[in-house]
Design a protein around this ligand. Structure first.
Ligand code: ZN
Length: 171
């Protein structure tokens, strides 16, 4: 091995470990959402804690999942709009809601530009995570076993949303 090759090899090794190190740091730096960058609505962690209930904070800011069949919004059948509990963004319409039988409010499509997605590799699975496009709050996951016309199932935590019946929205 020449000295030059040795230097290259060493540099590559340092580069690789720095890369792995940064991945690890990103993965463990508190909220995964914080690492995603900025959203139109931003608050400090303390502000979110103060603004949200414990259950809302766990789902929206820590990517928790509520227990199935616990949200009254799962069986909500009135016409209206589902809003992000973190920032009031209108994220899902009752017109695109269906009963998936999973115990979580399910929709086959979100409102236009209302949500963002990212790959979620937790729980030994690769899933598509979805969050509010305005505040970054975690809403749920999107699966490919939904009904037509999209074939998608947006599996959303009810606690992450507030429902406003159409009458209330219009009034
Ligand atoms: Zn939001």
């Amino acid at each position: 091995m020449t000295r030059r090759q040795f230097l290259y090899g060493g540099a590559a090794l340092i580069g690789a470990s720095a890369f792995v190190g940064s991945m690890f740091q990103r993965r463990t730096a508190g909220s995964a959402i914080a690492a995603e960058g900025s959203f139109p609505v931003t608050k400090t962690d303390a502000e979110w804690r103060a603004a949200l209930s414990d259950a809302q904070y766990n789902v929206l800011r820590q990517e928790g999942t509520e227990r199935a069949f616990t949200s009254p919004l799962d069986t909500e059948k009135r016409t209206g709009m589902f809003h992000c509990a973190g920032c009031d963004n209108a994220v899902y319409s009752s017109e695109k809601k269906y009963d998936s039988g999973t115990g979580w409010p399910s929709f086959w499509e979100a409102e236009a530009n209302a949500i963002g997605t990212k790959v979620d590799n937790t729980l030994f699975m690769t899933r598509t995570e979805c969050h509010c496009a305005r505040c970054g709050g975690h809403l749920g996951h999107i699966f490919d076993d939904g009904p037509q016309p999209t074939g998608k199932r947006h599996c959303i935590n009810g606690v992450a949303m507030n429902f406003k019946p159409r009458d209330a929205v219009a009034g």
